[in-house]
Design a protein around this ligand. Structure first.
Ligand SMILES: Cc1cc2nc3c(=O)[nH]c(=O)nc-3n(C[C@H](O)[C@H](O)[C@H](O)COP(=O)(O)O)c2cc1C
Length: 262
């Protein structure tokens, strides 16, 4: 049974911060005094974690190509439950979440967790730009209010939680081919501050005294480097990404609404 006497662990992968905002707001709504915040966006500090049946866990991940991002999947596999209650959240960029929530649910069940609630929320699409905005500003204040309410609802109803069903189909949507994408740095603007290297979730960026190297085999085009750069020195101008951004900008204008599964 989910109970307020125990602590809550929130575990999330969130390169551009949308998922982090949503899961933190759900946790606020749940009202635990003891909160363990495990950000697995960077790999380095992730311990192998064993949870017991008395623990409560909330896991959040973005949707990449209708699935759980592979890096997030690999990092989540370090967790182990023992019939541990878990709440699952996926955050997507206003196109669709396809099979991501089902895949996340299947994964955590394999790892020993017991999903008792789930939700889908909307974040600003990683490919969004001033030229091609896609779900810009999401999660907005309404999304975050709904996230907090969802957290409250989980707790008020905790006696009655049953195993949940979530949307999705088998076989899961095929992952898109991994593109080789290399963000471009304008060295006239770059002052080698190292922010991009620090935030890159897959350590694809290395800063040297006089240059920045980016490994296109590692880059997952999450765009956090573009967003964080104080000098606006980084762009991803790969034609395939720009085409996809234009397409999403034109076709995904209708704002999607969060869904909850209790
Ligand atoms: C490689 C890639 C693939 C994506 N695929 C989808 C998708 O299939 N559907 C969707 O609605 N959003 C998609 N998105 C957008 C993200 O789900 C969205 O931007 C999310 O808010 C990112 O979460 P974060 O801010 O926590 O990093 C994709 C983003 C990236 C980088």
């Amino acid at each position: 049974m989910i109970s307020k006497n125990n602590s809550l662990s929130i575990i999330y992968f969130s390169p551009t911060g949308g998922t982090q905002k949503v899961v933190r707001e759900i946790a606020t709504g749940m009202g635990y005094r003891k909160l363990r915040d495990l950000n697995i966006t960077k790999d380095k500090a992730i311990p192998k974690l064993q949870f017991s049946k008395d623990d409560n866990v909330l896991i959040g991940t973005p949707v990449y190509s209708g699935r759980v991002p592979l890096v997030a999947l690999q990092r989540l596999k370090k967790m182990k439950g023992e019939n541990t209650n878990v709440i699952l959240v996926v955050v997507y960029g206003n196109r669709h979440y396809d099979d991501a929530l089902l895949e996340l649910k299947d994964l955590v069940v394999d790892l020993g967790f017991s999903p008792i609630a789930a939700a889908t929320f909307i974040g600003e699409h990683s490919f969004s730009s001033p030229k091609y905005p896609i779900s810009e500003g999401r999660p907005n204040s309404t999304d975050l209010r709904l996230a907090k309410d969802f957290g409250k609802q989980i707790m008020t109803n905790f006696e009655n939680h049953k195993k949940i069903k979530v949307p999705g189909t088998y076989p899961y949507k095929e992952r898109s081919e991994k593109l080789k994408v290399k963000p471009k740095i304008d060295m006239d603007l770059c002052d080698l501050c190292g922010m991009c290297e620090k935030v890159c979730p897959v350590d694809a960026i290395s800063i040297f005294k006089d240059r920045v190297d980016i490994d296109e085999n590692l880059c997952i085009y999450c765009h956090v480097c573009v967003r964080i750069c104080p000098q606006k020195a980084i762009v991803i101008d790969d034609k395939r990404i720009i085409k996809s951004a234009k397409n999403l900008h034109e076709k995904c204008k209708q704002p999607q609404i969060p869904e909850i599964f209790l």
